[in-house]
Design a protein around this ligand. Structure first.
Ligand SMILES: CC(C)[C@H](C(=O)O)[C@@H](O)C(=O)O
Ligand code: SF4
Length: 420
């Protein structure tokens, strides 16, 4: 009867004692995340079939984020459709402009993610929530329409891969460097339709924010979900935060559960890492790429737009001036306010950075910070695909907030350790 944590969550969600990888299950969905890009098409699909219902207005969380505030008429119309629909169905957790934020930072922060639950969202990085010992995965608009209307979806139970993070992270090395190293080893399809389960002593030293950076990028290795077991850090993060205060269920992988592979990493040997264009698997140690000239630095997104990230960046930028245009885009209003209250905005302002309202914005080349042909951006985001932040002839380099801040100061890829 041995099962992994992911299998146990599916067993619960499908009302079975045991499930095995490859099995098709009908699962009850606990939370559906809806944003401004993929939800309007889902609403239209339902409308075309004469369906105008939601399975539970308290279990659907809505936030515009990608093009928020709306950047043009097209995005304004997407927002309007989302707004009309959310209001008509009395969606309880509808984060309107002013309280809206980048979905994957917002939902955990606002207490919508509970261990042991199944969360789906119309966005590939929905895998982020696995940091809270939940199953979460991204779905397209068709599955989103089905989940919104019925609260159920079918899944093929994924087989699990185990990633053991040994050792302690050296000074100047962060969970982003760990995940870039993991993806560089296994490739962008290395975890295709698998559950990436992270374990090991290095995790115990990581905050919830740092863990979310890891699970966020599971999809960049092709994973169905990424997951980290429950511990004291999880408990502390959840205490006093959850909207639904009923008891949640904590599942743990059995010692004799089956994994397709076990990958071990010695975190004490990991260096600040940069993923070179044009894949997240292009990670190299900073020593192998330092000195490359950049045009822009970006600190934000669902990967690294949390308060801890801005504290790290401000630690490096304090008393310095940036050599290239540098965008600070806190992922949620709460992160924004916290950063302001802590005086981090003064540091960023004095350094010559642009500080924006919460938005996906430049992360996907949406608006604000779009790159011209030939330009290069060092970014804390999760994707460096061709044209990701603008012109197909631009380049994106992925790194931790520390490496991005150090590179902003020098105008070139730089090792953050000399500033720490
Ligand atoms: C627009 C949205 C559907 C997309 C995703 O699913 O990931 C975006 O968030 C991204 O990061 O590319
Ligand atoms: S911040 Fe970037 S990666 Fe995250 S949801 Fe928005 S566009 Fe996608």
């Amino acid at each position: 009867m041995a099962m992994t944590i992911t299998e146990k969550i599916f067993a619960r969600a499908s009302g079975q004692a045991k499930v095995t990888p490859g099995q098709l299950v009908d699962a009850n969905i606990d939370v559906v995340m809806c944003h401004d890009v993929t939800t309007p098409p889902a609403i239209s699909m339902l409308a075309e079939r004469g369906i105008d219902r939601v399975f539970d207005p308290e279990k659907i969380v809505v936030t515009p984020d990608h093009f928020q505030p709306p950047k043009d008429v097209k995005s304004a119309e997407l927002h309007k459709r989302l707004d009309d629909w959310a209001k008509r169905h009395k969606i309880k957790y509808y984060y309107k402009l002013g309280r809206a934020g980048v979905c994957h930072a917002l939902l955990p922060e606002q207490g919508h993610i509970r261990p042991g639950e199944v969360i789906v969202g119309g966005d590939s990085h929905t895998c982020t929530y696995g940091a809270l010992a939940a199953f979460s995965t991204g779905i397209g608009s068709t599955d989103l329409a089905a989940s919104i209307a019925t609260g159920k979806l079918w899944f093929r139970v994924p087989a699990s891969m185990k990633f053991v993070l040994n050792g302690s992270l050296p000074h100047g090395v962060y969970s982003k460097d760990v995940m870039l190293t993991v993806i560089a080893r296994i490739g962008t399809d290395g975890a295709l339709y698998r559950a990436m389960e992270f374990v090991g002593p290095a995790l115990a030293e990581m905050s919830m924010e740092a863990r979310m950076t890891i699970t966020n990028m599971g999809i960049e290795a092709g994973a169905k979900n990424a997951i980290i077991g429950f511990d004291e850090v999880t408990r502390e993060y959840l205490d006093g935060r959850l909207k639904d205060t009923s008891e949640y269920t904590v599942f743990e992988s059995d010692d004799d559960a089956t994994y397709t592979v076990v990958e071990e990493f010695d975190c004490s040997k990991i260096e600040p890492t940069v993923a070179l264009p044009h894949l997240p698997s292009g990670g190299v140690a900073i020593g192998d790429c330092a000195g490359m000239e950049m045009d822009q630095a970006y600190i934000g997104s669902c990967t690294n737009g949390r308060i801890e990230d801005y504290r790290i960046a401000a630690g490096i930028l304090k008393g310095k001036e940036v050599a290239i245009r540098t965008l600070i885009v806190p992922a949620t209003p709460e992160v924004w306010k916290q950063a302001k209250d802590e005086g981090l905005f003064d540091v960023f302002y004095d350094a010559g950075c642009v500080i924006s309202a919460p938005t996906c914005g430049a992360c996907l080349g949406g608006f604000m910070g779009v790159l011209a042909a030939g330009e290069k951006c060092i970014s804390t985001t999760n994707r460096n695909f061709v044209g990701r932040m603008g012109s197909p002839k631009s380049e994106v380099y992925l790194a931790s907030p520390a490496t991005v801040a150090a590179s902003a100061v020098e105008g070139r890829l730089a090792d953050p350790r000399k500033y720490l």
